[in-house]
Design a protein around this ligand. Structure first.
Ligand SMILES: Nc1ncnc2c1ncn2[C@@H]1O[C@H](COP(=O)(O)OP(=O)(O)OP(=O)(O)O)[C@@H](O)[C@H]1O
Ligand SMILES: O=P(O)(O)OC[C@H]1O[C@](O)(CO)[C@@H](O)[C@@H]1O
Ligand SMILES: [Mg+2]
Length: 439
């Protein structure tokens, strides 16, 4: 059960420096669009949930609000900030970098901003990666490009060596743009900083096209990524409708969470089946995928399956392979399904035209769309406000339209996934007309 103490954000110390942004917030109190500095944002969103806690108002779990403060911890004239991007690519990484640099420069007057190349590896001196000066000019057009101008990487790095490097370079704030693994790394760096009694802030902007980081609302780039995946589903629909016995399989990313598959399928209602890691399915039996597929092709002439890469892993031999960061390398469920479906149609002498689409990296290497660009900029601005106010070991998020600060240990204590009992999965079932249980 979440408690207020889980949501307390760590601070480097008292805020005693006048913020250059003080005028913007002077005299403002909480309203529909703004949350006052001393006010907090509710974790629960229904009366019943709140009432069920049975605690006084002041003890309800609540988040610290994001946004500029009147007083800040760091003196902008002497503050140096480092930025790093880690893990897989995601639309909007460059938008976040750009907005961090511009917010620091334009509003706070922080001139000293540097970028570390290729993730945490760039913070290990012996790796020999250059430290890049991030100026407003340098970042002005970068959001037009996909990827990250800083590069990224996976793989473990020693937090002690990273803190040595931060100290050597006089960094006051490290901004980490990365996924769950990166945030675990950021927490370890923050712990090493605290153990040495240093005043270096570590603030994260969570990144994941899988949308699997909990408590932050929707992650940036997710919407761009699923829109791109939806293009392949549309193409699959066109292909299978023109074929005899057309069956399309569209495999999309989603190691442990099926959000991309669900949203991409819902985007244009072109899917007949959506298979995700959170909901098991069988191949055989009256309610198994093969029988259902056979019936759907008989009824409608064709079918499209949207497949998250992490779905149906229990149907194929388990692999103990891991990537450099320790993430499980998944088995090839798409290859397995193609083979099984082909065999099944052949056994029944039913014509089959299989069309396989794997949009793969194409959905995460594109630039952010306009909506995601706005979201990236606002998350980055919120992260800068938090960092300048001395907050540390935290990430920014947006819950029910309010920007919030979330402690890193809270976001890394679990993961966000599609609930089989939730309204998103119900929408998918309604859209595809696939049965509630395929087992
Ligand atoms: N448990 C952990 N503890 C400390 N550092 C970690 C941990 N997991 C990952 N990291 C570090 O964070 C960086 C990125 O991690 P990872 O490759 O898992 O990607 P990620 O941040 O989770 O992004 P995504 O999974 O969305 O691509 C790597 O340098 C890795 O060493
Ligand atoms: O090939 P890479 O870079 O390890 O990334 C693959 C993984 O990255 C993710 O997109 C998360 O960033 C997963 O969905 C996917 O399995
Ligand atoms: Mg991850």
């Amino acid at each position: 059960m979440v408690s207020l103490s889980d949501l307390q954000v760590r601070s480097l110390g008292a805020c005693t420096v006048d913020s250059p942004l003080a005028l913007y917030v002077e005299g403002r109190t909480t309203n529909e669009y703004y949350v006052g500095e001393t006010d907090r944002i509710l974790y629960d969103d229904t009366l019943e949930l709140i009432a069920s806690r049975g605690v006084p108002l002041a003890e309800l779990p609540t988040f610290e609000s994001g946004g500029p403060r009147q007083k800040i911890f760091f003196d902008p004239a002497t503050t140096k900030v480092g930025v790093v991007t880690c893990g897989g690519l995601c639309p909007g990484l460059n938008d976040v970098i750009r907005a961090i640099v511009l917010e620091l420069n334009t509003h706070y007057g922080v001139r000293d901003v540097v970028g570390f190349q290729h993730g945490y590896a760039g913070l290990i001196e012996s790796n020999g990666h250059d430290v890049v000066e991030l100026t407003p000019d340098f970042v002005s057009r970068i959001s037009e490009r996909g990827g990250t101008i800083l590069g990224s990487s996976r793989g473990a790095q020693d937090p002690s060596a990273i803190v040595d490097r931060l100290v050597e370079l006089d960094i006051d704030i490290l901004m980490v743009i990365g996924g769950d693994g990166s945030m675990r790394g950021a927490h370890n760096i923050g712990a090493e900083i605290a153990a040495r009694g240093l005043s270096i802030g570590v603030v994260g902007v969570p990144k994941t096209i899988d949308n699997d980081i909990p408590h932050i609302g929707q992650s940036f780039g997710f919407s761009t990524a699923f829109a791109k995946a939806a293009e392949s589903i549309k193409a699959a629909r066109v292909e299978v409708e023109a074929a005899v016995g057309g069956v399309g399989i569209v495999k999309v990313m989603g190691r442990h969470a099926g959000f991309i598959a669900c949203y991409a399928a819902l985007a244009n209602h072109d899917a007949d089946f959506v298979l995700i890691p959170e909901v098991g399915f069988s191949l055989d039996g009256d309610n198994g995928l093969l029988a259902l597929l056979e019936r759907r092709v008989a009824e409608r002439g064709s079918a499209v399956i949207v497949l998250a890469e992490g779905a149906g892993q229990d149907l194929i031999p388990a692999s103990d392979r891991r990537d450099a960061s320790g993430n499980a390398v998944l088995g090839d469920i798409a290859g397995f399904l193609r083979e099984q479906i082909s065999k099944d149609f052949a056994n029944r002498n039913q014509p089959l035209t299989m069309r396989y689409f794997n949009p793969g990296y194409a959905i995460r290497s594109v630039p952010a769309d306009a909506s995601d660009s706005v979201y990236c900029a606002r998350l980055a601005q919120t992260a800068v406000h938090a960092a300048m106010a001395g907050r540390t070991d935290m990430v920014v998020g947006r819950r029910r339209h309010r920007f919030v600060h979330v402690p890193i240990p809270f976001v890394t204590s679990g993961s966000h996934s599609v609930s089989p009992d939730g309204d998103l999965w119900l929408s998918v079932l309604e859209s595809t007309a696939q049965p509630f249980s395929m087992c």
